[in-house]
Write a protein that binds this ligand. Structure first.
Ligand code: PRP
Length: 187
């Protein structure tokens, strides 16, 4: 066992930033907006593993137009809690997106390095259109200029977990979005 694995902090002790109801309401609203904007079209949702898996699964169910989904994986923060700056593709899309309406789905837009890399990569596939949906947006942390087209919540520069988002791979299944304490209790 690695000595660097941080101690477990119970999510119940963490402050709730957004409740399940607040999240569900925003996801529903964005799903409706997308359904109106793409009326009569087919769309491809591309989720960025792993964090976006839960947001994508809820968003897909809130969208009433024809949609399929795919996933990509990029190099991760790991436990560093800061972006390394270098983004690498680990898993590419399974199906071609040329001529398709694509929405990249993220859990969080932070420095923007991941999405700006992915946007460039996806544009090389010549989609008919390309938009970005993110559950959270931390504009204060941006290092490269990129904005999402659909955002559930803009948040301050706090480290959050839950609703797909992790700390050291934990807490992705926490249903609401909570603020991870800067110093875990007892340390
Ligand atoms: C998070 C998140 C985004 C990225 C955003 O992924 O899911 O992909 O960081 O950060 P950026 O705007 O600074 O590039 P993470 O590396 O934590 O991997 P995960 O999705 O597997 O949790």
């Amino acid at each position: 066992m690695s000595l660097s694995v941080p101690p477990y902090v119970a999510p119940e002790t963490m402050e709730v930033l957004y409740s399940t109801k607040q999240i569900a309401d925003r996801v529903k609203a964005i799903g409706q907006q997308i359904s109106e904007e793409y009326k009569g079209e087919s769309i491809v949702l591309i989720g960025v593993l792993k964090g976006a898996a839960i947001f994508l699964s809820d968003l897909a169910r809130a969208i009433s137009v024809d949609n399929t989904f795919d996933f990509v994986a990029v190099s991760s923060y790991g436990r560093a809690r800061v972006s390394s700056g270098a983004v690498k593709l680990i898993k590419d899309i399974d199906n071609p997106i040329e001529g398709k309406h694509v929405i990249i789905v993220e859990d969080i837009l932070d420095t923007g390095l991941t999405l700006s890399y992915l946007r460039g990569l996806m544009l090389q596939h010549k989609p008919a259109s390309l938009k970005i949906a993110t559950c959270l947006d931390k504009p204060e942390r941006r290092l490269v200029p990129i904005e999402a087209d659909y955002v559930c919540f803009k948040i301050p520069n706090r480290f959050v977990i839950g609703y797909g988002m992790d700390y050291a791979e934990r807490y992705r299944g926490v249903e609401d979005i909570r603020i991870f304490p800067e110093t875990p209790p007892g340390h």
